[in-house]
Structure formats: C-alpha cells, structure tokens
Write a protein that binds this ligand. Structure first.
Ligand SMILES: Cc1cc2nc3c(=O)[nH]c(=O)nc-3n(C[C@H](O)[C@H](O)[C@H](O)COP(=O)(O)OP(=O)(O)OC[C@H]3O[C@@H](n4cnc5c(N)ncnc54)[C@H](O)[C@@H]3O)c2cc1C
Length: 292
C-alpha cells in the first residue's frame, strides 16, 4: 500500500510541537484526529506531506478547564469529550450540542475541536458554535503566542489564516453569567454523513423581556464562518416579540449568502430553512436564559 507520509512525530509539549514542525523535512503538517486531513491527502485535496506532527499527546492541548473568567477548551480535545463535558454544558450549551451532532460516535472520539476550526469549512458545526459564542483562539508559533478572535482565522472555504508552523492551542469562551445562555440547531442528512445542510448557533443575554446582547452564526451562510451582525442588530436591545423575530428573519435573508451545493441542498431550500432554524435556536436560548 502506498504510504501517505514518511515520518510521524508525537511531541508532548507545545515547544516540542513547534520545533518538530520547524525542523521536520517539508512538507510537514499538524495532525490531530486525522478525520479531515487523511481524506484530504488521499483524495489529493492536500499535498502529500513528508512529515506529520501529531498534536494529540500535547497535554496543554488536552486541557478543558476554567481559567479565570473564561472556559478553556484545548484544541486537541475530541468533540465527544466536549459534548459530554459538564463545564461545556453549563457555560456553552451551543458548543456541547454542536459537538454531539458531529458525525457518528467513532468519528466523534477522534475528531478534535481544533481540527474542526483549522479545516476552515463554512458549515463546520463546532466552529459555528464557537463563532456565535464569541470565542478567542490561542495560537502558538516560533514567534510567540497570540490570542485572536475566532473569526479572524478564516480566509475562504477550506482555507484558514494559520501559517503552516502555527499551532492552535485552544479556545477561550466567556463563562455564562445569570441571564445568559446559548443553543445550537441543525438540519442534516442521516447522522454520520458529514456536514449539515444548515446549522444555527445563538448566544444571548436576557434582561427581563429584552434581548440585551446576542451572537448569531449560521453555516454555511457565506465563504467563511462569521457572526451575522445585521441579524444580531435587529434583535439587540429589543423585546423578543413575534414582530422582532420576523424582522430578524428578514435581516438574516438579506445578510446571509446561501448557495446551492451539489450534494447537500439548494439555495432555495436553505433560504426556507434559515428562518426556522434561527427561530428555534433563538427561542431555546431565550427560554434557557430565563432560568439561568
Ligand atoms: C464520516 C465523517 C462525518 C463528519 N461529520 C461532520 C459533521 O457532522 N460536522 C462537522 O463539522 N464535521 C464533520 N466531519 C469533519 C471532521 O470530523 C471534523 O472537521 C473534525 O473536527 C476535524 O478534526 P480532526 O482532529 O480530525 O482534524 P485533522 O483531520 O487531524 O486536521 C484537520 C486540519 O486541521 C489541522 N490541524 C489539526 N489540529 C490542529 C492544531 N491544533 N493546530 C493547527 N492546525 C491543526 C490539520 O493540519 C488539518 O489541516 C466529518 C468527518 C467524517 C469523516
């Protein structure tokens, strides 16, 4: 059988991982669960690497804990663990729900949140939830570490802004305060087939009958995962009346760029689903925030 790579390295720390990618014979790439990358190499969508640097033994990338006023989820945490984590279920329900819907159990045990983000697909479920939750990513490279808004990591479908020697360490999410909650919804072909027809993630802060603040993302609704800011603006500061929800749906259809994709759905179908998914996620987050 033809080998997909020549050298496979398993560093234990972030500095070791950065040194490995820097010193390895090129081309070299990080690998986590391999559920995207190995398929991409096999089908020629990714050039055949000489060296793969496996990041799943790096302790820091496996951490899932509260750090100060943030929840930290390491980039190499498998999505099955994210979905089952009581901390994630408390502070970031949308992320737990998104990760529980990715693929089937075997893939979920391997697939990592960092791989989901680095693969940069506009409908990736974990990524869409992180964007709505206003996550920040920690990125390490030989030039140091930086924390950046998640949305800045994407250049186009399947194209991340990460350099080949830049390692995603993990994601920081705000801890949920009273009156804050989130929710994730998706429409999909049978579970396990990959990527949704459409998904929606909503985070909100509720004050009485008012939406004090809100974050919304939907995938795919354009070439990159992003917040839908005009849709958010239609809701922010207003009571959640049926008229307001209708205004938000109109804003969504003006703002989102739905397209027809060969194997999943037509643009028309996605436009029909969009308002329904938005309303479901919105009302679920709203009800949760009322009891939080
Ligand atoms: C059958 C099947 C069903 C699927 N269903 C879904 C689905 O429903 N929803 C969904 O969103 N996705 C789905 N996927 C896609 C996939 O499982 C996810 O995107 C997964 O989270 C990728 O993580 P990974 O650890 O396997 O990444 P890998 O394949 O290991 O890596 C993916 C990319 O990320 C890079 N990378 C990985 N870790 C890092 C890091 N720490 N720092 C920098 N770069 C890194 C790699 O170099 C590579 O370019 C499915 C895949 C399969 C095979």
């Amino acid at each position: 059988m033809r080998r997909l790579w020549n050298l496979y390295l398993r560093p234990r720390t972030v500095p070791e991982a950065l040194r490995a990618i820097h010193e390895a014979p090129q081309p070299a790439a990080f690998i986590a669960g391999g559920t995207d990358l190995l398929l991409d190499i096999e089908t020629g969508r990714h050039p055949r690497p000489h060296t793969l640097v496996d990041v799943t033994d790096v302790d820091e990338l496996q951490a899932l804990e509260v750090r100060g006023d943030r929840l930290f989820v390491g980039a190499a945490v498998p999505v099955a663990r994210v979905a089952a984590s009581p901390l994630v279920r408390t502070h970031a329900q949308a992320l737990a729900e998104a990760c529980a819907l990715i693929a089937g159990p075997q893939v979920r045990n391997l697939a990592t949140l960092g791989g989901n983000v680095a693969h940069a697909l506009p409908a990736a479920d974990g990524t869409i939830a992180l964007v709505a939750l206003d996550a920040q990513a920690e990125v390490a490279s030989p030039r140091g570490r930086r924390r950046v808004p998640l949305e800045t990591l994407f250049l186009g479908p399947g194209r991340s802004a990460l350099g080949h020697d830049e390692l995603l360490v993990g994601f920081y999410l705000p801890l949920a305060r009273p009156g804050q909650a989130s929710a994730f919804r998706r429409v999909m072909r049978p579970q396990g087939v990959a990527l949704p027809i459409l998904n929606a993630a909503v985070w909100l802060r509720r004050e009485g009958d008012r939406v004090a603040d809100v974050g919304i993302a939907m995938g795919p609704s354009g070439p990159v995962p992003r917040r839908l800011r005009a849709t958010e603006a239609a809701l922010r500061g207003h009571a959640l009346t049926p008229e307001r929800v209708a205004a938000a749906k109109e804003a969504l259809l003006r703002e989102a760029r739905f397209r027809t994709s060969k194997f999943r759905a037509s643009e028309t179908y996605r436009r029909l689903l969009a308002g329904v998914l938005l309303e479901e996620a919105l009302q679920t987050a709203w009800a949760r925030a009322g009891t939080a």
